[in-house]
Design a protein around this ligand. Structure first.
Ligand SMILES: [Cu+2]
Length: 66
């Protein structure tokens, strides 16, 4: 399962926002975001542009690390 690490999430509202942002990128499905680890992961129903995923997360105010 591909994933990125997100910094700056503090509560379930953040988790929901990041989940929504990742889900908005073409090809992602079954998006999972873990608050404690910061890990955002997804299944690929079609090839996913990871740069677009990172951009979508940063656009809503979180930092993607690694
Ligand atoms: Cu929050």
């Amino acid at each position: 399962m591909p994933s990125v690490k997100v910094k700056g999430m503090t509560c379930n509202h953040c988790v929901m926002s990041v989940t929504k942002a990742v889900s908005s990128i073409a090809g992602t499905s079954n998006v999972k975001v873990d608050l404690l680890s910061g890990q955002a992961s997804w299944d690929e129903a079609a090839p996913v542009d990871v740069a677009a995923v990172k951009k979508a997360i940063e656009k809503i105010g979180f930092e993607v690390v690694g």
